[in-house]
Design a protein around this ligand. Sequence first.
Ligand SMILES: C[S@@+](CC[C@H](N)C(=O)[O-])C[C@H]1O[C@@H](n2cnc3c(N)ncnc32)[C@H](O)[C@@H]1O
Length: 371
Amino acid sequence: MAGNTYLQNASKAKKDEFYTQLTDIEKELRYYKKHFNGKTIFCNCDDPFESNFFKYFVLNFNRLGLKKLICTCYTGSPIANTQLTLFDVVETAEENKPYKAVVTTVYDKTGDGGIDMFDVAELFKSGENELTELEGDGDFRSEECIELLEESDIVVTNPPFSLFREYVAQLMDYKKSFIIIGNQNAITYKEIFPLLRDNKMWLGNGFSSNVGFFESPYEDKAKASQHKEGLIRVSGVMWFTNLDIKKRHEEMILVKRYNKENYNNYYNFDGINVDKTIDIPCDYSGAMGVPITFMDKYNPEQFEIIGLGIANLGLEVGVNPYTPEHKKYRKEVQKRGQVDGDLYMVDEFDHPVVPYARILIKNKHPEEPRK
Ligand SMILES: C[S@@+](CC[C@H](N)C(=O)[O-])C[C@H]1O[C@@H](n2cnc3c(N)ncnc32)[C@H](O)[C@@H]1O
């Protein structure tokens, strides 16, 4: 998962500049059409001159029946005010000032029957729409951006990876609907996981194989294998949302049956280990530890999420700490980052075996076990 490591490192180093492609936005947002009618959309990490989120909503403004589109960007963005190719219309442009774009009317000015980029370029000349400099730096946590958040219905963007926890917390505080891009690892964050467990947030339809290709100024620092036509390949990329989508109600077809030989019991928790989501047995009624990619298939009518089998969140749901006799192996195990609260099994030599992060689930309607 080289790409994923790259993204984690990017997050640590606050390298937040990964720009989403229009095709990826289109692929995901077509599943949410029914939610957009009459709504105010806010893209709050998006330079209106560059963002494909902004572009998507302008191009589809009338088709989706939007009430308003608001877009703000951050001073810190290296592309802020550098690329005026699209809207060569701003006369007041002061160097390095972030903008607020507010769109309420999109006409087919070119008169060709559809909205295209020429119409978009005319947007701010009509006087009905607004393109102004922000007073502050455009931080999504700033007072003026929060005011805009308050008046909006749905927030749609790819926010900075390094501020994902704070970003989601703010959306929750203001009770906003959202469709945002994040890193797969966020599933296990102690601030994020409870939201998934409690059905306050879930995964969207997603990128193919959870791999995304983004434009980025860090391209020269990425490995050759992570490049594709000027884009950086990033694995473990997902859409997170709290808007209802069809996928969330689709039942996973379970074909495996439980037998003792094929499924190990955890040593420190009453449950079985399942290494692959497709191997979840259809007839097991107890707790099962499944990989975090299970979240992609999670249907709350089919499964209940009990908790996360790692660290403090593991301890909270009753995953016992290492026993003294296993603690002596802990140093070795810890090389892989494992700590008390992690689920573990024990091999034939009484050595602990720790799987990757596991989500603990129960099947709500297990089949009868075979006699
Ligand atoms: C992952 S990029 C995505 C950009 C754009 N949303 C897109 O999808 O193409 C995240 C953006 O958030 C901006 N950003 C970083 N910190 C921010 C903050 N505190 N408030 C608002 N935007 C921020 C970065 O400059 C960067 O452009």
